[in-house]
Design a protein around this ligand. Sequence first.
Ligand code: HEM
Length: 207
Amino acid sequence: MALTGLFLILFLVVHLIGNLQLLKSDNGEAFNVYAQFMTSNPLIKVISYLNYAFILIHIIWSIILTRRNRSARGPEGYAVTRNSSHWTSRNMGILGTFIFIFLVIHLRSFWYEMHWGGIPMANYNGTDYKDLYTVVDTAYASIGFVMLYVISMALLAFHLFHGFGSAFQTLGLNHIKYNPMIRIVGVAFAIVVPALFALIPLYMYFN
Ligand code: HEM
């Protein structure tokens, strides 16, 4: 869970930097050129396949672990559930399930359209590009869709809030001296990254 989680955290950073180009006032040119590069470059394609595999392993492994933990505890469950651990730690499965539902809707709306949908074309300096920007812009014209993103990003924040620190702990990358720093970076990451993701649909809706 930790290794795949850290890879997905890296993916989120790259994905965010790419998506922030949606905010440029250039009618989508920078974003469309970037999206075309990301779907056609052979090296990026290999990384993409790794990413799909890591997402699946992360989900399947989480189900296996949850089942194993439950059966290890037995049918009586825990007498005390309100302990000192943060509620996000005890609800990673629920948070993960909602993020999975978000991901299915997200991939169907954008990723599927980019690869197999009949999307409009745009021409920059004599070269044709798929106009993914218009697909995203049209989707974010709906307040319901924007709200889905904002709520999902809040859930992602809670998921990362626990996941970031716990990944370091699982991999043994914790040390009494560095733990406070890992915690601060983890909390900052869990707030800033989802907030910037949520800003994109909000900005596009209100502009
Ligand atoms: C405002 C927020 C977001 C926007 C505007 C956005 C936009 C997009 C677009 C346009 C694509 C299709 C690009 C392509 O196929 O080349 C895509 C793919 C993808 N998105 Fe997002 N995304 C957002 C947030 C997220 C989040 C939070 C996650 C994960 C929790 C995520 C996971 C993915 C994945 C896994 C793909 C497939 C990437 C690949 O083919 O390698 N996205 N996104």
